[in-house]
Design a protein. Structure first.
Length: 302
C-alpha cells in the first residue's frame, strides 16, 4: 500500500491550512497526501448548498477543489481526495488507521489565547490509533522556519533552517513510539530536538518519613540521569539530531507551552486507555492542544 499522510477537510480555512501543512509533511516523508471529507445528509440542506446542486455533489466536489489547490502549491506531490457519507469521527478514525499520521485543523485562538478544538477533533485525538497533528488556522510554511532576511522570496523559505521540534517526556513511563516520532520529525527537518521534562518534589510528610532525605540537587540529578537513559538508544539511532535537554522542577504543561513559542512542532503522548468516563487525552496533551502556538502532534501509546 502506498505510504500516505491524511488530512481531514471540511471546506473551512482551518482545514485548508491543515491540508497544506499535511502536504509539506508528506513531501518531507516522501509520501502521498490523501484528503478526506466526511459528510452527512440532512433533510434541510444548509444555506451554503446551491439550489441546483445536491448535497452529495457538493461534498464530492470539495476534495477535488482542495486537491487542485494543493497540487498548485506543491507540484510533484501525489494528491488524492475522497468524500465519504458517514459520521466525521468514524470516517477520520478509520482513515487514520491506514495513514502514517492524520492532520486536522483548529479554529485558531479563542478568548483565552488557546486553540478552539471542535468536538470532532477532540474525539478523534482521544481515540485515534495513529498520531494526530492539530494545525491552527493562520499558520504558514514560513512559521516552521527561523525568521528569514528581508526581501527573501517564498520559494527560498525551505532553505531557511527549521525551528526546533519540542518533545514532552515523562521518564516514569517512557514510550518508544513517542520518542521515535519526535526524533524522526527533527531528523526530517534537520532541526534540533528540545526535550522537556519536569518533576515535583515529594510532599513534606513523605520527605520527613524518608530514611535518607532527598535533597534538591540530588533529585534534579536523578531526573537528569533518567532523561539521558531514556534518550540514549534514540541518540544512537539518530546521531544527526542535536538534542537539547531541559530538566526542571515545575508543571509539565507550563514548561511545554513556554517551550512551544517559536517551535516548529510540539510532540506529546496520549496513553491508549479507557476510563469510566471514556477516552482520555491527558492534562499535558490537553494543555498543549489548547495553548501551544505551533502545530501539536499527539502520539498514542500503551
Amino acid at each position: 500500500m502506498l505510504r500516505h499522510v491524511t488530512a481531514g477537510i471540511d471546506g473551512s480555512p482551518q482545514s485548508l491550512a491543515a491540508a497544506h501543512w499535511a502536504a509539506r509533511e508528506a513531501a518531507r516523508r516522501g509520501a502521498a497526501l490523501h484528503l478526506v471529507h466526511a459528510w452527512e445528509w440532512h433533510p434541510r440542506p444548509a444555506p451554503s448548498v446551491p439550489a441546483d446542486m445536491s448535497q452529495r455533489a457538493l461534498a464530492e466536489d470539495l476534495p477535488e477543489r482542495a486537491a487542485d489547490s494543493i497540487r498548485a502549491a506543491h507540484p510533484g506531490l501525489q494528491v488524492s481526495g475522497q468524500a465519504v457519507a458517514d459520521s466525521p469521527v468514524a470516517v477520520l478514525l478509520k482513515t487514520a488507521e491506514q495513514a502514517e499520521l492524520l492532520v486536522l485543523g483548529s479554529r485558531g485562538f479563542g478568548g483565552v489565547a488557546g486553540f478552539l478544538m471542535g468536538s470532532v477533533s477532540q474525539r478523534v485525538v482521544a481515540r485515534a490509533s495513529r498520531p494526530v497533528v492539530l494545525v491552527r488556522v493562520g499558520g504558514s510554511a514560513a512559521d516552521e522556519h527561523f525568521s528569514a532576511p528581508d526581501g527573501i522570496s517564498p520559494d527560498e523559505i525551505p532553505g531557511i533552517p527549521y525551528r526546533d521540534v519540542v518533545l514532552g517526556l515523562d521518564t516514569g513511563r517512557p514510550c518508544e513510539e513517542l520518542i521515535e516520532f519526535a526524533f524522526d520529525a527533527a531528523w526530517r527537518r534537520d532541526s534540533s530536538l528540545r526535550v522537556i521534562h519536569t518533576f515535583s518534589r515529594p510532599p513534606d510528610f513523605a520527605a520527613a518519613d524518608a530514611l535518607v532525605p532527598i535533597r534538591g540537587p540530588e533529585l534534579l540529578a536523578e531526573h537528569e540521569h533518567a532523561v539521558i537513559a531514556a534518550l540514549r538508544p534514540w541518540r544512537e539511532k539518530f546521531p544527526e539530531v542535536a538534542v537539547v535537554e531541559s530538566v526542571t522542577e515545575g508543571r509539565a504543561a507550563d514548561e511545554l507551552i513556554s517551550a512551544s513559542a517559536g517551535a516548529a512542532l510540539v510532540v506529546v503522548g496520549r496513553r491508549t486507555r479507557e476510563t469510566r468516563l471514556g477516552t482520555h487525552i491527558g492534562p499535558v496533551a490537553h494543555a498543549a492542544l489548547h495553548h501551544a502556538p505551533c502545530p501539536v502532534a499527539v502520539v498514542p501509546h500503551a
